[in-house]
Design a protein around this ligand. Sequence first.
Ligand code: COA
Length: 575
Amino acid sequence: MDRAITQNPFGLWGLTGGEGCSVIKAVLILQHLLNQMIYIKHLFAAHLISGVLDYKTLLDARALPVDYARGQLAGHPMCMEQYYRLFTSYRLPGPQRDTLVAQESSVMPEPEHIIVACKNQFFVLDVVINFRRLNERDLLTQLERIVKMANSEDECLPPIGLLTTDGRTEWAESRAVLMRESTNRDSLDMIERCMCLVCLDDASGPEISDSTRAMLMLHGGGPSKNGGNRWYDKPMQFIIGADGCCGVVCEHSPFEGIVLVQCTEHLLKYMIGSPSKLVRAASVSELPAPRRLRWKCTPEIHKLLSASTDKLQRLVKNLDMNVYKFYKYGKEFIKKQKMSPDAYIQVALQLAYYRCHGRPVSTYESASTRRFREGRVDNIRSATPQALAFVVAMTDGKLSSSEKMELLQGAIAAQTKYTILAITGMAIDNHLLGLRETAHELKLETPQIFTDEAYILSNQFILSTSQVPTTVEMFCCYGPVVPNGYGACYNPQSDHIIFCISSFYDSPQTCSANFSKAVEQALVDMRDLCDICKPTCNTSEQRPGMIHSKSKIFLCQLDKSFRNLTRTEEELKKN
Ligand code: COA
């Protein structure tokens, strides 16, 4: 019998090997392995929560080191305000508009608890008891108690989290109905004031690819799986899957993806740097038991739940997510061409779209404006005339390679110029939005420009793109912003690029797999063009000391920390 638990750095685990033993033996061993996997999952959750508490200490002391810009106009200090909203905000649904509730307001006192979602039930995990933050061992004890409570079927309550998956107006109306009962008001209050959610998901199917992982994080596999194990108003939800798939789902309004990535990387570094103590949870704990949140559900609530469930089911079925890793080259090759990697990838996306659809479309690329106080993002409109000239030339094939190369350089220069304008506050979208909203607030007649067809069309972002780079092997994804569009999030690494392409199946105009293939072809053709025009360029050579080598170190360290984890678990068994 040769079975072993294999682990990968992000707490992913799976079963390998194993043949030629009796069924009973297999079941027993499997049960042992399952118990061990469940234990490791809880241990991972306790370690992660411990990291969140450590990070929160830094945030509370306003002691985070200031970020400095990289890439274009590098070295400028960045505004840090977004970080302070990570664990202190809540997006409250309203019938007309939502409100971003911040903990600084007198409405919300300091949150000192986390909500743990398990089997679509919600539990309050107090992380400060008697003025002391719980240590990892205490957290593990409490998590194991929560899982036990969640498994008790007698007390199972309806999956109220599903209501938060609905349209914002529908959810606001359902919330108003929930609020009629004091039990529900108390439960909502606990969720709205919590630091974050930790969602302990059930296993959701055998197929684990990056695309399915991405979808499991986003929607939990729908109502029949872990869809109700979420609360989408809360900005930070850490997901820990039974099959080892881990991630974070964020409500975007308080902060941008870059801040989320920085926080997540900090947590991973914490987990590597302070390996789990790996003590068994205390069998009898003096800590007060975690509390299950109660819901009083009237027939009206059940009806609303059933409507939200149906809509989520349709949304889940409709989401066409394709995570595609392009391994032929990465940003080091592009830098060697003396081109901005981000601009180059944007031009490749333009080429891919043009080849699939024969026309350019309004494109959004987020550009950070954190060089300014309270800055968020503005929009780089990547569908430039220069990009169009290049993609037409690449598609109709009439021009020579050197002419195409000239057009490529023109497209990259235009994109880079727009990027610099956007990150220095000179783009047009925020400005126009400000004017439109000012007119609205002053109750003026809507200025004509905002009802013009060209303006409306230019704001239908069929390509919604964003660079979210990481130094650890992970990726970020999101959905399209219009029914016939693509979401295209990319993560350039030194020798590869990760793309997360999303669209909706019910649009006859889109197909994420086809678009991914077109992106690959665009990148290959652009490399070939660069190689033809610069035949001496050595593409295989890597510059030393780049992020790639750094990320390998991270992976090794994580791997080591998880190997230590199993070893100590075995040692524990021996003792
Ligand atoms: N020749 C050689 N190297 C070049 C180059 C050139 N012509 N132009 C740029 N580079 C290098 C840069 O120095 C940088 O090097 P580094 O990897 O050592 O830091 C690297 O290429 C990347 O630069 P570039 O590709 O030009 O892009 P950028 O890092 O400046 O990113 C944006 C551009 C718009 C993505 C960035 O400014 C930004 O705003 N990011 C935030 C996006 C965001 O908010 N996303 C989340 C939304 S939820």
